[in-house]
Design a protein around this ligand. Sequence first.
Ligand code: 9WO
Length: 259
Amino acid sequence: MNIAIVSIFPEMFEAISRYGVSGRAISRNEVNVRCFNPRDYTEDRHRTVDERPYGGGPGMVMMPEPLEKALAGATDWLDSFTQRQGERRAIKVVYLSPQGEKLKQQKVNEWADCGSDFVFIAGRYEGIDERFVELFVDCEISIGDYVLSGGELAVMVVIDAIVRLLPGVLGDENSAREDSFMQGLLDCPHYTRPTDYRGRGVPKVLLSGDHAKIAQWRFEQAVERTRRRRPDLLVKKSETGGEGWDERLAQYMRGLKIK
Ligand code: 9WO
């Protein structure tokens, strides 16, 4: 997968390109990531990318021309992979804003195996000129109902969520868990050494060595936590014709290769 980013703060993306699972995937060229700075596509002495809003009011708006030129740079770069690899790859242009459709794991899963490349647009100031959105953006996405000071952190959230699902990026163990039955449930609690921490023990079943029992306990904990903390997730599951709990437990155990 190849990912282009349009942002006036390219250095921020070291947070994903230098660290952790995404950093490793990028270093190994399992994903190619490159930033395109609208300032590099300006002609004036001050490299202006923003202007005062028509209609007045506070703040500044990102002008469409530098964004369009940076996007053209991004799509040219992505097309160079298409030519090298001798296949036609689709490109999705995604703008991160609080006005977008709320991002859910299902969309992340689809994007991770849709075979497309991506351009993520990170806005700054009060936003970007709406005509740029209308003309060039395929998809306007929100990561949650809050306002940031720019789109960069939201872009990194989305890239991290996608990259960890790409084949070979996380171990098989993890990806198996992701696409099996745990989907749509909150995770169960986790414990590690020591067995006694500040007078608090570890649930006995986890020390029993009985893997079928442990799987059942984890499943029950996941369902119970979801019911208490995010009942909305369980409602959605049954609305979409999810299997019964017994069948989902059986599937989970099969996924873990437990009879
Ligand atoms: C600024 C602002 C000021 C007063 C009242 C409303 C306001 N909205 C914004 C605003 O949306 N600024 C954005 C900053 C412009 C586009 C980039 N920025 C951004 C993206 N902030 N938050 C996001 C974002 C993206 C995805 N999911 C959640 C938040």
